[in-house]
Design a protein around this ligand. Structure first.
Ligand code: CO
Length: 170
């Protein structure tokens, strides 16, 4: 009789162990699932230079140097993270051809408000975005120019002295 009791207890304990084991397994499954979904996604396309640059109410870009790889497309995403309207604190991104004088271009651009401060018919630029204001985003895509160093600026009146930088193609 005692032996039978012992066996019964053993079976009971086994049942508890199995139940516990089952729960643990479920937890583990849940954990591994969460881990999978939070894994960072790999970079999308490798054939494009994806550049994000922000501009603000203090008349500044967050980058003074942009490096891209030659032989690939360039996608510039310009964001205005300030609160001011484009009429008072407008920004654009203008990439100049090599040899173009940045100050000269900036001064010439002032007269072309109706054309987004890009001189009409100019051959001085490689690429440019429209003028944007608070909360807006502008995107421009183009083929990376030949390896070398280029100037970029914001051509809104008076901004080029602070909003400029080097665009380097490697
Ligand atoms: Co500007």
């Amino acid at each position: 009789m005692k032996a039978i009791k012992y066996v019964l207890v053993s079976i009971y304990s086994c049942a508890i162990l199995v139940a516990c084991g089952g729960k643990e397994e479920k937890k583990k499954e849940g954990f591994s699932y969460e881990k999978k979904t939070s894994e960072p996604k790999k970079a999308v396309a490798d054939d494009i230079n994806d550049v994000v640059i922000t501009s603000n109410d203090l008349m500044k870009f967050n980058k003074s140097e942009i490096k891209v790889k030659a032989g690939k497309k360039v996608k510039i995403t310009l964001k205005h993270v300030g609160k001011l309207d484009k009429k008072v604190m407008g920004h654009n991104f203008v990439l100049l051809k090599q040899g173009v004088d940045l100050v000269g271009f900036g001064n010439k651009a002032v007269a072309f408000a109706d054309n987004g401060y890009i001189p009409e018919g100019t051959e001085d630029v490689i690429a440019y975005t429209k003028i944007i204001g608070a909360g807006e985003t502008a995107v421009v895509e183009f083929d990376a120019p030949a390896p070398g160093e280029y100037d970029f600026l914001c051509s809104f009146p008076g901004h080029y002295s602070m909003m400029k930088g080097k665009f380097i193609v490697e």
